[in-house]
Design a protein around this ligand. Structure first.
Ligand SMILES: [Zn+2]
Length: 141
């Protein structure tokens, strides 16, 4: 669901306007005063809050392609990048796994990182919303 920020000239406030779909974004209405004289404020911040959009944008096959042969060094770099991009969104712990891999621990996740990533994406998409949890719920082992 897109969220855009507008400056409303009716009530002189900066407001967040929610749209049910991207098709009716053309007619924003101020949630404060029902005014229609709104000026769009470009903000990547508001957009980034829509986490389901972010999860949808993860291209699983592309990520697996980037993993390459999955050698130790490759895996550590891959997990580090995936962790940086998606850990916050998915509640996964790829960043942590990357650190372990770099420390030479050869984490079990290296055997099948695709399974772990897919599992995290599916869990998020299926609405398994464990907000408030520590974000390290992992039942794969
Ligand atoms: Zn207003």
């Amino acid at each position: 669901m897109p969220i855009y920020q507008y400056d409303c000239s009716g009530c002189d406030q900066r407001v967040d306007v929610f749209f049910r779909s991207t098709s009716n974004v053309a007619d924003p209405v101020c949630p404060e005063c029902d005014g229609t004289n709104l000026t769009r404020v470009m903000s990547t911040f508001a957009r980034a809050r829509s986490s389901s959009d972010r999860v949808d944008s993860i291209d699983f096959n592309q990520e697996m392609g980037r993993l390459g042969g999955g050698g130790e060094g490759e895996f550590a770099r891959w997990a580090k990048r995936v962790g940086k991009e998606y850990d916050g969104e998915l509640g996964s712990n790829f960043g942590e796994i990357a650190e372990r891999a770099e420390a030479g621990e050869d984490p079990v996740e290296r055997v099948d990182p695709g399974f772990k990533l897919k599992h995290a994406i599916d869990k998020k998409k299926s609405g398994g919303d464990d907000s408030g949890g520590a974000g390290h719920g992992d039942h794969s082992h």
